[in-house]
Write a protein that binds this ligand. Sequence first.
Ligand code: ATP
Length: 321
Amino acid sequence: MGAVDDFTGSPPHVRVRAPGKINASFKVGPLRADGYHLVASTYLAVSLYEEVRATAKPGTPASDVTVSISAHSTLPEQQLASIPLDGRNLAVRAALLVADVSMNPCGVHLEITKRVPIAGGMGGGSADAAAALVACDILWGAGLSREELSLLGAELGADVPFALLGGAAVGLGIGDQLTAALAPIPLHWVLVQSDFGLSTPVVYGMLDTLRAGTEPDTPELVDPPILAALRAGDPAALAKCLTNDLQAAAIELAPGLAAVLSASAEQGALAALVSGSGPTVAVLATDGAHAAALAAKLSDGGFVAMAVEGPVHGAHRVFDS
Ligand code: ATP
């Protein structure tokens, strides 16, 4: 189906949502000479979405890609200032990649609504890129397959293919070798946001510092019990497997995260861990009611907490109501 033209003279537009992710496990190998770390991670897409509304600018060249960003009410407005609005913006770069392989692209304006914490360890920028890839593909009728979109996404960042895929997946290599995992039953989580971000390269750098003089193993696979717990949709079993090698580095840089983890345990969470490079903390609950109660207790305690579920679908079109 093509772009929406509402016959009132307004230009065609397409809205696409893409989810943020948490990592239920994250193993990091030694620093390689090329500056990358080999990782083995379990991705889970959660019900906190970035939205990109792509509106055609008929009669303008495809190089005319503009972007505006607003924060959903759950996200501190001031964090938006760190996001570039020029050709460095991941959604703009995504649009230009799709334009390159489209027959008749025109200019486009991308309106991003952010819900995923910025520099929060949840892949929000990657979700923007994934949503923009799908929106521009539909807008310009490029007809790219999921695989073709994923290859374009990989040029933009290691987490972009997962934001397209969604669900649950294992990421190997430098996070770029993605295999879908079975997780048929939704799991319930609380996300505890911080009012600051952490730079992913800085967190990796801190991990290397903390590990100086040791020889970490090269991770080659995700531990089978994690995948079994996801397959069974068993939160108690999953709680025993949650692990993140970046957590100690994130806490070293942001010591307040230790208080979030201990408050989650005190309030009865099954388990909690820093998501990816942090600082967002993912708190595992037994079910939806438990997640709602935990979110309320953590909010009463002064934390910014919200209940979500995952896995959810990857980037998908939504229609105006
Ligand atoms: P990473 O993907 O590096 O693990 P993250 O998941 O912690 O990062 P993001 O919200 O993706 O967090 O932000 C990473 C960096 O990219 C931050 O500097 C942020 O300001 C910037 N950023 C966020 N959204 C976009 C975007 N649409 N385009 C470009 N940069 C963005």
